[in-house]
Design a protein around this ligand. Structure first.
Ligand code: SF4
Ligand code: SF4
Length: 382
């Protein structure tokens, strides 16, 4: 049985079950960030700007598996930081696969060849290699020469060992449609699936000048899809998400569709925005003011078209309109004609800046825990 079909069947039946149970909000993919430490410093990254005391923290294997059990989503994506830096990443993946979760291990691939022995090929495991474009573009994007070549070598090595490999590309302003198309041609040559998404405008990313506006995103993707007609690029997305990128769907995001668990706890409201944390998944679902977020509601959401917010929306729309989804997948996204109306921004609430307070609180928790540990050790040695 081909893996994508098997995966789609399992995900489809999960979605159908949620619908039959009448659930309004449910998770589709757990975004598990077991650490924030990374061995790269990409210019568009908004995940690694923490003090060392936080970058040195890791979620334990048990915490990771408990998060998957608690959340119940059929898929688990493991981004970071760089998950291959986590000493127990092999155990974490093994535990998730044993639970029959579809695991997408997102990595910049620098350590992949060295650590392949930690994993076993499985229909439940996918490597998702961070690759933003062809050689010059990618190396610039990750601020280090030679990374593209290492990624390609790791992709080939992993495929040769029987693993399923995809690439994930984040698109920023200034990346020409023709270059993106050439990159997608190359991904086809490598025989890997592609997950593609406009970059979210992280407030703490080093490069603040190249995030795409919604209008520019739609125009760029229309041009890319036009260049791709008949080429058979293998996107790891639903047809309706691609149609959304091309400006043909007026979707609102589904932030609870990809809930995020990291060393801070369960992140409110989504993978991209950390506006608060809860101790449990149930608390996240029940106490987050979901209506306070999304394009048109909150300034920080104004330009967001990222897949982690809108792929769950597209999945729900696929279930509600299967014929439309089927026809869109046959024809591909529409690249001409009027776009769906844009969501008005005049009622959005202003951005709140809570990052520093959260970091200070976490640092104080870490210090308290360390002092308690030290006191316990001294007491037991006396
Ligand atoms: S590889 Fe990923 S986590 Fe690491 S710096 Fe780049 S974008 Fe951030
Ligand atoms: S629009 Fe939705 S997915 Fe995007 S940052 Fe806002 S809440 Fe998150």
């Amino acid at each position: 049985m081909a893996i994508p079909f098997f995966k789609e069947m399992r995900i489809g039946s999960y979605l159908l079950k949620q619908k039959l149970l009448g659930r309004k909000r449910y998770p589709l993919v757990l975004m598990l960030e077991p650490l924030f430490r990374c061995n790269l410093a990409c210019i568009g990254c908004g995940k690694i700007d923490y003090p060392d005391a936080i970058l040195n923290r890791r979620m334990s294997v048990q915490e990771c598996l408990d998060a998957a059990d608690e959340c119940g989503a059929p898929m688990v994506a493991i981004p970071g930081g760089e998950p291959l830096i986590h000493k127990e990443i092999g155990e974490i993946v093994k535990g998730l696969v044993a639970r029959k979760k579809f695991v997408s291990l997102c990595t910049n691939a620098l350590l992949l060849e060295k650590k392949l022995h930690l994993f076993e090929p499985s229909p439940y495991l996918f490597f998702s290699i961070h690759l933003d474009g062809l050689k010059d573009h990618h190396d610039k994007s990750v601020s280090q020469e030679g990374v593209f070549d290492k990624c390609v070598s790791a992709i080939k090595a992993a495929k040769a060992r029987g693993f399923t490999v995809n690439v994930n590309a984040t698109i920023f302003d200034g990346h020409a449609a023709e270059d993106i198309a050439a990159f997608l041609d190359y991904a086809k040559e490598l025989d890997v699936g592609v997950s593609i998404s406009p970059g979210y405008a992280y407030e703490r990313a080093p490069d603040q000048e190249h995030f795409l506006s919604r209008r520019k995103t739609k125009e760029l993707f229309r041009r890319v899809f036009e260049l791709g007609k008949g080429k058979g690029w293998k996107f790891m997305h639903s047809a309706l998400f691609l149609d959304f990128l091309a400006g043909n769907q007026e979707h609102h995001c589904t932030p609870w569709g990809m809930p995020t668990r990291n060393i801070f706890g369960w992140q409110k409201p989504c993978y991209l925005l950390g506006e608060g944390y809860t101790k449990t998944f149930t608390e996240l679902m029940e106490t987050t003011d979901w209506d306070a977020y999304g394009t048109g509601r909150y300034e920080k959401c104004a330009n967001c078209m990222a897949h982690c917010g809108y792929e769950p929306t597209a999945a729900t729309a696929t279930l509600a309109h299967p014929l439309q989804a089927f026809l869109t997948s046959l024809r591909g996204p529409r690249v001409t004609g009027p776009m769906a109306p844009e969501i008005a921004l005049d009622q959005q609430r202003p951005a709140e800046y809570v990052f520093s307070a959260q970091v200070q609180q976490k640092l104080s928790e870490i210090r308290t825990a360390e002092a308690r540990e030290k006191a316990e050790k001294t007491a037991s040695a006396a």
